[in-house]
Ligand binder design. Structure first.
Ligand code: NAI
Ligand code: 13P
Length: 336
């Protein structure tokens, strides 16, 4: 694949790791961040010392805080901002956007307040003919920055766009699989954040590996259940962006969502736990949106709802777990 010019919009740990990975593969990457002092620091260090220690920026990577000219100069954008900044970033890009620009994103979450999926926001703000694609799957930023093997899906309702994006960003250590199951990949990436908080809570309370495996399995049935609202098939959750990312974040302490849950399970207050992590914890927002979707569609998703109640209603984690255990006596939830 010949080198491309790609703009990564969002200079947090994930946008920076993807930018470094693609620049190493020979692409010309511009990494935009909204915070001028952070961008200045990245330029001085030539790396992100705080969250990606030991990762130097290749010469094919430049950093900037100038959004307008970045969008103007690129026909391949990759949004890496948190979900709460997704729509406003698209709106800021819109005036400079060219007709055939690829709008891809690596954000995982529902829109705060509306519960919309990211592709719905792209279509609402930029129009239905936008060339759009999501990149998602089990992919911790630090491991990608460390050049460790990683496999993700590239999802678009237009499989030609998914294939084009997958071909551009694939390299020996970063495998990409095109798929047309866009909504499932978005739901999987957003839901696993809530379920990783739940798994962390269970581990923080001192419950063992058996309980964790049960939470992952029953959490998957909740993912599938939410998918029914969007007409997603059960099998579309059995890939990298669904069960793959769910297993990763529920089991490894690199996950910020899992780490938040661990601290809650150990009795820490939510604000203190958030402060210790110091980065985005998308599951906190996603829990609120999923709770609202469950109310709207009368869905019975006990793990997500109990997690919501711990996060927003002050429910004690052990009380939530006892409730889940009492429900589990009823019948094992099934995928169909
Ligand atoms: N870190 C990881 O391993 C992975 C993260 N993700 C997803 O990537 C997204 C970004 O997460 P991270 O980079 O990890 O978070 P982070 O906490 O490392 O960085 C977030 C960045 O967003 C910036 N930001 C905040 N508000 C903004 C705004 N209004 N406009 C532009 N930038 C803004 C912050 O300044 C910060 O640099 C999330 O949706 C996350 O779920 C997905 C896969 C892996
Ligand atoms: O999405 C991720 C890995 O695929 C990162 O998970 P956390 O946001 O929980 O750290």
């Amino acid at each position: 694949m010949s080198p491309k010019k790609i703009a990564v919009l969002g200079a947090g740990s994930w946008g920076t790791a993807m930018a470094v990975m693609m620049a190493r593969a020979g692409h010309h990457i511009t990494l935009w961040g909204h915070n001028p002092s952070h961008i200045k620091q990245l330029k001085i260090d030539n790396s992100n010392v705080e969250f990606l220690p030991g990762t130097d920026f290749p010469s094919t990577l430049s950093v900037t805080d100038q959004l307008e000219e970045t969008v103007e100069e690129h026909d391949f954008l990759m949004l890496a901002v948190p979900s709460h900044a997704f729509r406003q970033t698209l709106l800021k890009c819109k005036p400079q956007l060219k007709k055939d620009t690829i709008v891809s994103w690596i954000t995982k979450g529902f829109e705060t307040g509306t519960g919309l999926l990211a592709h719905e926001i792209v279509i609402e703000t930029l129009g239905k003919d936008t060339k759009l694609a999501l990149i998602s799957g089990p992919s911790f930023a630090l491991e990608v920055a460390d050049n460790l093997p990683t496999a993700v899906v590239v999802a678009s309702t237009d499989i030609e766009v998914a294939t084009e994006v997958a071909d551009i960003i694939r390299n020996a250590n970063f495998l990409t699989f095109p798929t047309k199951h866009l909504a499932s990949a978005e739901i999987g990436g957003a839901m696993k954040n809530i379920l990783a908080i739940a798994a962390g809570i269970s581990d923080g309370l001192g419950y063992g590996a058996n309980a964790r495996a049960a939470l992952i399995t029953l959490g998957l049935t909740e993912m599938v259940q939410l998918g029914h609202v969007y007409n997603c098939s059960e099998s579309s959750f059995l890939g990298l962006a669904g069960v793959g990312d769910l297993v990763l974040t529920c089991t490894d302490n690199q996950s910020r969502n899992r780490r938040l849950g661990l601290q809650l399970g150990q009795g820490k207050k939510i604000d203190d736990a958030k402060q210790t992590i110091g980065q985005e914890v998308e599951g906190i927002h996603a829990a609120r949106e999923v709770h609202a979707i469950c109310e709207k569609w009368s869905l019975d998703m006990p793990i997500c709802i109990q997690t919501y109640r711990i996060l927003y209603e002050g429910l004690a984690p052990d009380v939530a777990v006892r409730y889940l255990l009492s429900r589990a006596q009823l019948a094992e939830p099934q995928l169909d």
